[in-house]
Design a protein around this ligand. Structure first.
Ligand SMILES: [Zn+2]
Length: 264
């Protein structure tokens, strides 16, 4: 009887060792696999970026080029302004006044008024907090920010870099074009992500394209626009383009690239 017990114990002991060994082999294998995947992803991100882009370039245009609206990348309402494309100093739009007194490019006055009236009919009051800003004003804002950082002891270059994160570098703001509007609500004037939850934020997201405006800096496209998500910033691009951009989940940078590729 005792012999049996001893044998059983030895068996059980062996069994435990085998199981733990097997477990180690399995976990070891899994970890190796995970490392391999991470390594592959990293090298692909580093070395495969170019390849991916060309693949993307090859795919998207072929499928959507035919349906692209009959507009040109050179049209006035499609001017691309961002960190790579500066507005030339002295490039002044012809201004018009909105009914609330804000100034915009006069060619978009009617489009905005129509949108504002439509929203009102749905019980949503749109409030503009910023429209056209001239180059000097933007420069003033930027310089003030730099001076603020420098007074805290930062050297000029660091102060400049920090300022560029929070204030648009002069010449790279769409507001200087007169084609962009920051729209808020009477009871919500903070420019933060929470605006998307307001009636105004929701209404604009759904209806702005019908009047030619796009949500210019959407979520998840910061790596293209260079600007963090701004649910309050709307840019006029024309109705056809606005609807196309929104339906296809594009940003203006991608849309203009598609138009240029078609024109080539
Ligand atoms: Zn804005």
């Amino acid at each position: 009887m005792k012999e049996y017990l001893k044998k059983d114990r030895a068996k059980a002991f062996l069994h435990i060792i085998k199981r733990s060994l097997a477990l180690k082999i399995v976990t070891g294998g899994l970890m190796l696999f995970a490392c391999a995947v991470v390594f592959w992803l990293q090298t692909d991100a580093v070395y495969g970026g170019e390849k991916e882009e060309t693949e993307e370039k090859g795919e998207t245009p072929e499928t959507v080029k035919d349906e692209l609206p009959k507009v040109s990348a050179d049209d006035w309402e499609l001017v691309l302004v961002n960190k790579q494309n500066y507005i030339r100093e002295g490039m002044e739009p012809e201004l018009g006044s909105l009914s609330d007194g804000h100034k915009v490019d006069k060619r978009i006055v009617r489009a905005y008024e129509r949108m504002s009236e439509a929203a009102k009919k749905d019980g949503v009051i749109l409030v503009i907090c910023s429209a056209y800003r001239d180059y000097d004003y933007q420069t003033g804002l930027f310089d003030k920010k730099i001076k603020g950082y420098m007074s805290e002891g930062l050297p000029y270059l660091d102060a400049y870099r920090n300022s560029a994160f929070s204030v648009t570098v002069p010449g790279t703001s769409e507001h200087t074009l007169g084609l962009a509007l920051d729209i808020v609500a009477e009871d919500y004037s903070r420019l933060d992500e929470g605006f998307e939850e307001t009636d105004q934020g929701k209404w604009l997201k759904e209806h702005a394209p019908e009047y030619g405006f796009i949500l210019r800096y959407p979520k998840d496209k910061e790596y293209i626009t260079g600007i963090t998500y701004e649910p309050w910033h709307f840019r006029y691009v024309g109705v056809e383009s606005a609807e196309y951009i929104t339906e296809n989940g594009l940003v203006l940078e991608e849309y203009v690239r598609l138009l240029k590729e078609r024109e080539e």
